[in-house]
Design a binder for this molecule. Sequence first.
Ligand code: URA
Ligand code: SF4
Length: 228
Amino acid sequence: MPVDNLSDLIEKITRQLQYFQSLGVEDLNIPRKRERIAPVSQKEELLSQLQQEVSRCQKCPLYLNRKTPVFGEGDINARLMFIGEAPGYWEDMQGRPFVGQAGKLLTDIIKAIGLSREEVYIGNIVKCRPPKNRDPKPEEMESCQYYLHQQIAIIRPDIICALGTFSAQRLLDSNLPISKLRGKFWDYQGIKLMATFHPAFLLRNPYKKRDVWEDMKKIKACLEQGSQ
Ligand code: URA
Ligand code: SF4
């Protein structure tokens, strides 16, 4: 059979395997759709190219004060991707997302749904630390959004969890407050998106943890449903 490219071939083989499976053939490990989008090595290559672009980026003034750009980290095949706001002091020092106090809480939230940091992907709306941890400006988010969009397009998670107002509003192109955006699934370019409160906000308002737990339970249920 003529094939145009690798993904066509994989598509055809998968259909053949599904046919065998429908005939009762057992022990066939059919690759999940997500894994067929881009082979792992290609994903790795694309992400590392993007990371290099970010490390040289001067598209907005935040590059002037950054020590280390924070690209993001985690499983490049993750089904769940968390997107925060911007690196803070510790993230800028280490070049890793969510490693300060808010990061510890995020790590606990991830564990609470039975996952580890290594099993998800964690990124931010802007890659460089705003001075004195001020809010990122609209034009800085605008300049940086190309990188995040590429990251999401390469990783193609099943679910995105937007952490806090900036992340949720930016990804959903909305002005609604996070209290209105959280708690239900939205669509972000064909990917389910759940918004919830930012862990730094939870540190100041611990009584809101209950709401975040409700949101996390929905994410967990959706992940479990999707893997059946
Ligand atoms: N807050 C964020 O939004 N992102 C980080 O990486 C750390 C703290
Ligand atoms: Fe470039 Fe984004 Fe850093 Fe601005 S915040 S310099 S757009 S990587």
